[in-house]
Design a protein around this ligand. Structure first.
Ligand code: SF4
Ligand code: SF4
Length: 206
């Protein structure tokens, strides 16, 4: 599941003023963004109302089945007729959905959400930051708890100096390194941390 969070209305209004010709259509995504309530029908309808209250020309707002996996523009336009008439699309999905809709529509597309990580859902419980797609998955070393995505500094060789009593110095979260250490220790696998790991190589993502 791709984790997204909403941009503020001020950010969206600024983007629309800079990049989007009128009229626009707001598009949500029926998979991840619906599940975590950033781009489902409710969020689309509420954003359309808010944009109209600011005087914007919004033709329609609809959630498509999958923003990142459309079969064809014709099919999408059939699903949401306003898409074809809109001069630009404001998309409530992950960046992949925004990009794909831009490619198949040939229209300007604007992201209404910020994409932060890959996460997971256990029932209604959403876990964020489980993976940041580094291109070199070595999470087995870390007991399945990825520090590249779960640590704000992507520390791969142990905690930074801000770790205190198992808590992280950033954002009121647990330090993932405390969890890694506890889990490996309980399995008798602490020796996995003996080797120094190189920093994340971003080339591997290409
Ligand atoms: S090591 Fe890389 S691919 Fe594996 S979970 Fe972490 S960020 Fe994702
Ligand atoms: S306290 Fe732990 S999780 Fe927080 S930044 Fe430092 S190493 Fe990363």
């Amino acid at each position: 599941m791709i984790i997204t969070r909403p941009k503020t209305i001020e950010e969206i209004l600024t983007m629309l003023e800079k990049f989007a010709p009128s009229p626009i259509c707001v598009v949500g995504c029926g998979i991840c963004a619906r599940k975590i309530q950033t781009g489902g029908e409710t969020q689309v309808t509420s954003l359309v109302d808010e944009l109209r209250s600011h005087g914007l020309d919004v033709l329609d707002g609809k959630m498509v089945k999958h923003a990142c996996s459309a079969t064809s523009w014709d099919e999408l336009s059939e699903e949401v007729p306003a898409l074809a008439q809109a001069s630009a699309l404001l998309v409530l999905s992950c960046g992949a959905g925004v990009s794909l809709l831009g490619r198949i529509s040939g229209k300007p597309v604007l992201p209404g959400l910020d994409t932060t990580s890959i996460g997971g859902a256990l029932g209604d419980d959403i876990s964020e930051g489980l993976c940041s797609m580094c291109g070199e998955c070595d999470v087995a070393i870390y007991a399945g708890l990825c520090p590249k995505s779960g640590c704000p500094k992507s520390q791969v060789n142990g905690p930074c100096g801000g770790s205190s009593d198992g808590d992280c110095e950033v954002g009121g979260r647990k330090c993932i390194w405390a969890r890694i250490f506890e889990t490996l220790d309980s399995r008798g696998l602490l020796a996995l941390l003996d080797d120094t790991r190189p920093p994340v190589c971003h080339d591997r993502r290409l």
